[in-house]
Design a protein around this ligand. Sequence first.
Ligand code: SIN
Length: 293
Amino acid sequence: MPEQSRLVVKKLTPTIGAEISGADLTQPLESAVVREIEEILFDNQVVFFRNQPMTLEQQIRFGKYFGDLYIHPAAGKTTTPIGEGRPKPYASALEDHPEVIKIYADEKSVQAAGEEWHSDVMSEDKPPMGSILRIDELPSVGGDTLFASMYAAYEALSEPMKRFLEPFTAVQDGMKTYGVKSAFDNSRQYPRSEHPIVRTHPVTGRQSLFLSSAFTTRIVQLSPSESDALLKFLFDHVKNSLFQCRFRWEKDSVAFWDNRCTLHQAQWDYFPHRRVGYRVQIIGDKPFYRSGQ
Ligand code: SIN
C-alpha cells in the first residue's frame, strides 16, 4: 500500500502558486516525496516552503533531485568591474559554487535582480526549466516576488488570437537584460535564441505564452512595426493581475518556480534596506510548440 503523504498543500490562488508544508529540505528526501513535490509544482507552476534554513550544499542537493544544475552565463563575470561607473552587481555566482547565484540589494544598489517581468535566461537555447531561491536576509517589509501563469495568459486569449500567434517565433536576447545599463559585464555577449512564442510544456502538454519585456526583442515572421505593436499588446496582456500570485518572503522561505510556464518580477520597494538570497537553476530543454489539435 502506498505510504500516505505528509505534504500539505495550500493554494495561494486558484490559478498559480501553492505553499507546501511537511517537507524538511535540509534533509535528504525520499524519491516519492521528490516526485510529489514535482507533481505539486506541475499543478501550481510555483511552490513555496517556509522555514528551510538550507546550507548551500543542501540547496544544491535539493535542486539536483530535479535535474542537473545550470551555470548562469554571467557566472564569474560580475565581480570584477570593467571601466568606471558600473553599477553594483545585483547577482553573481559564488566562486566556490558557480551553480549558486547570490541575489543582493542594499543601500548602494542602483538595480535589483529581476525587476522586470521575465522567465530566467529565456534567451538560452535550452533555458533553465526551474529556479529555486532561498531568501536569507530581508527587509522588515517589502521585497515580495510576483509570479504570473503563462498558461493563464495563453488561455485568456480569444481562439482567433491563439491561432494567429501559434506559428510565430521570437528573438529572445540576453543582451536586452544583461548587456544594457546592467551590473553585468556588458562587454560580453550573452545568449540569443529564437523560440516559439506559444510554448508546449514538455510534461503537462499545456500551452503557454513564452515572451517577456526583459528578453523578447522581435517576432521573426512580422515586419518591425507589426512586431512592435503585437509585442506591446502581449507585454501588457501577460501582466494582468488575474494571472498572478504574490509571495511574501520570510527568512528561509524557498520558492521553486517552473520557468517554462511562468514569469516573475521581484519588487524592489525596500531601498535602502538589504535583501539577500541564493538561487540554483535546473537545466531545461529546447522550447517547442506542438499543436493541441
Ligand atoms: C529572480 O530570480 O529574478 C529574482 C527574484 C527575487 O529576487 O525575488
